[in-house]
Ligand binder design. Structure first.
Ligand SMILES: [Zn+2]
Length: 217
């Protein structure tokens, strides 16, 4: 099964992708993590990527696609993509990349979240710099901001500052939202409400994947 998870910034893609990965034994390919990892390693690709991320800009396709191709060539068969593609151009390049490897996408899950909810989630988001797990500050009333998995102090993502959030929303509306129609046209898009608790959203995704007429698992 090869799945793409779509949705605006702050829709909870990371959290859901992680759960889907575990339940359906897929490899999660999160470009955000891939990029952060590359940035940390300080390679030349990483330094280029960092420059764009700090300004909330899209990292150039050639950088992301180079990372993706490596990942898929590692022998990954079933995967869930989270944070990619982010534009029609990227989607077309992804189709070509998969085609060259004799693969194709089975399903695109579109998480729908309204504007205000999106903003408030992004502003409260904190991430574990060690293991990458994300949280909302609301989960830590009167408690220290410490990762529940590894005990590391949580911090805000460098691209979650107010200016970068604005920029990412603009970029999303202009470039990523058109993907909904792109995948609708291919007949593989399913939309899910991203409102409510992570567990509730995940249950809707599981129901979708097990529903008759959905793709076979
Ligand atoms: Zn952690």
């Amino acid at each position: 099964m090869r799945v793409v998870l779509l949705g605006p910034p702050g829709a909870g893609k990371g959290t859901q992708a992680e759960r889907i990965k575990d339940k359906f034994r897929l490899t999660r390919i999160a470009t955000g993590d891939l990029l952060r990892e590359t940035v940390r390693r300080g390679t030349s690709l990483g330094r280029q990527a960092q420059d764009f991320m700090l300004r909330g800009r899209l990292v150039p396709d050639r950088v992301i696609l180079a990372l993706m191709r490596d990942k898929i060539r590692e022998g990954v068969s079933g995967f869930i993509l989270d944070g990619f593609p982010r534009s029609i151009t990227q989607a077309e390049k992804l189709d070509k990349l998969l085609e060259a490897e004799n693969k194709k996408l089975d399903l695109v899950i579109n998480l729908e979240v309204n504007h205000n909810e999106m903003i408030s989630r992004l502003k409260g988001r904190v991430i574990c710099p060690e293991c990458g797990r994300t949280y909302n500050k609301d989960e830590f009333v009167d408690q220290p901001l410490i990762c529940k998995d590894c005990g590391t102090h949580l911090s805000q993502r460098s691209d979650d500052n107010p200016d970068a959030i604005e920029e990412r929303l603009k970029v999303y509306l202009r470039h990523t939202l058109p993907l909904v129609d792109y995948y609708k046209g291919k007949g593989i898009l399913r939309s899910i409400s991203g409102k409510g608790s992570p567990q509730g959203v995940f249950q809707r995704i599981v129901d979708l994947l097990y529903s008759p007429g959905s793709i076979g698992i």
